[in-house]
Design a protein around this ligand. Structure first.
Ligand SMILES: NC(=O)c1ccc[n+]([C@@H]2O[C@H](COP(=O)([O-])OP(=O)(O)OC[C@H]3O[C@@H](n4cnc5c(N)ncnc54)[C@H](O)[C@@H]3O)[C@@H](O)[C@H]2O)c1
Ligand SMILES: [Zn+2]
Length: 367
């Protein structure tokens, strides 16, 4: 079931290798010229104990100088303090510009190790080894790297392409139910913004997906990657259509901050999709059935569809407006023209955003 997908980027591009072990990694790194170079694995303290040794064993074939930097897991550590620790580690291991960083982990690891790679010595090569469903289908490709600044999500960052994305899909078997579900938030987003048939397929295959059946997972990851690839190839620096990938993220990021990062990224994306879907519905672009199908389909995937009853819509609105997706003072909101087709809208009013957020709070009985 091995598979490769190529992502064009400028004159060149990079390969995404879908595998079920790390065995093809050393050959690929040798072919790319990293034989006997210093290699530093950057990972978090959940993932490294699970897969660090297996990876290091595999890398013996490429280089005798393999090091590791392990940081504390979690979004709360995706910041400049941890980046500084990574820089100090890279410097301590004397990595130079011809050496290589491997990011082993989820989106937090990939975003942060990628940012360290983009800036250390003005840029050294890095390879993504994503280990969450979210990272395998979304964050590991497209070259967006960065960290949070205080409560501002992804405020400091760089566009910096990986040299290779290598997925050992076996690593997904150790994800908790909640971490797996979080990835589904982005996957459902891919269907809703670009491909209604894929969205329907995901709904129809929910039990196979939740059972993590290998062939179904592979088809799903492949389709999500293709959608993300097509978008980032057409607009690598987000001057236009790439913004569609932010569907659900404007309010989603606000909810992430409002709940103090206690909810996972994909959980907040699900809530943000419902809020943005509600605005699309109220504008007459989705039917009642379509909107409630979108909302309710998150439930079988273990994603939330409501916030606590005492959540404060005005506060979430003001956090929404402090997010960085502004265009001349207006929020660039992503709405659905229909299922499978998203567009950028700069006319969304505060009242509309509030109504979308309230939709997450008011219980059915009160509505
Ligand atoms: N760069 C992009 O284009 C992009 C796109 C989407 C999301 N993101 C970012 O990605 C981050 C979310 O990614 P995430 O959900 O992967 O977060 P994460 O990296 O924090 O991983 C979630 C949790 O799962 C653990 N984990 C990872 N792999 C595991 C495995 N195989 N087995 C057991 N546990 C494992 C991690 O230690 C962590 O506790 C956010 O910071 C978000 O902003 C970036
Ligand atoms: Zn996201």
């Amino acid at each position: 079931m091995n598979d490769n997908i190529f992502v064009k980027s400028g004159e060149n591009g990079y390969n995404i290798m879908l595998r079920y072990d790390f065995k093809d990694l050393s050959g690929a790194l040798k072919e790319m010229g990293f034989e006997n170079r210093r290699i530093c694995i950057v990972s978090d303290d959940n993932v490294f104990p699970l897969y660090g040794d297996e990876l290091k064993n595999e890398l013996r074939d490429v280089s005798g100088d393999v090091f590791s930097i392990v940081f504390r897991a979690g979004e709360e550590h995706k910041n400049l303090d941890t980046v500084r620790e990574i820089y100090k580690g890279l410097n301590g291991y004397k990595l130079d510009r011809k050496d290589l960083i491997l990011a082993l982990g989820g989106g937090v690891t990939g975003d942060m190790a990628g940012f360290a790679a983009a800036t250390y010595l003005r840029g050294i090569a890095f390879v993504q080894l994503p280990t969450t469903l979210l990272a395998c289908t979304d964050s590991s490709i497209g070259g967006k790297t960065g960290v949070d600044l205080d409560e501002y999500k992804n405020m400091v960052g760089a566009f910096y392409m990986p040299r290779l994305v290598y997925m050992n899909l076996k690593t997904l078997s150790s994800l908790s139910g909640r971490e797996f579900a979080s990835g589904m938030g982005e996957i459902i987003k891919h269907g809703l913004i670009k491909d209604s048939a894929y969205y329907e397929w995901v709904i129809n295959n929910f039990s196979e997906i939740n059972d993590r059946e290998p062939e179904v997972l592979l088809s799903m990851i492949r389709r999500s990657l293709e959608i993300k690839r097509d978008v980032v190839e057409s607009d690598p620096y987000e001057t236009g259509e790439r913004a569609l990938l932010n569907f659900g993220h404007t309010t989603g990021h606000a909810i992430e901050k409002y709940t103090d990062f206690k909810l996972m990224h994909g959980e907040c994306v699900a809530l943000g999709i419902i809020a943005a879907g509600f605005i699309s519905y109220k504008r007459g672009m989705l039917s009642t059935e379509e909107f409630y199908e979108i909302r309710d389909m998150f439930v079988p995937f273990g994603l939330p569809i409501t916030l606590e009853d005492d959540a404060e819509p005005e506060k979430i609105l003001s956090l929404t407006k402090s997010d960085k997706k502004m265009d001349n003072g207006r929020i660039r909101f992503i709405l659905l023209k229909k299922v499978g087709k998203a567009y950028i809208d700069t006319t969304v009013t505060d009242d509309e955003i509030l109504s979308g957020i309230r939709e997450l709070i008011i219980s059915d009985e009160d509505r």
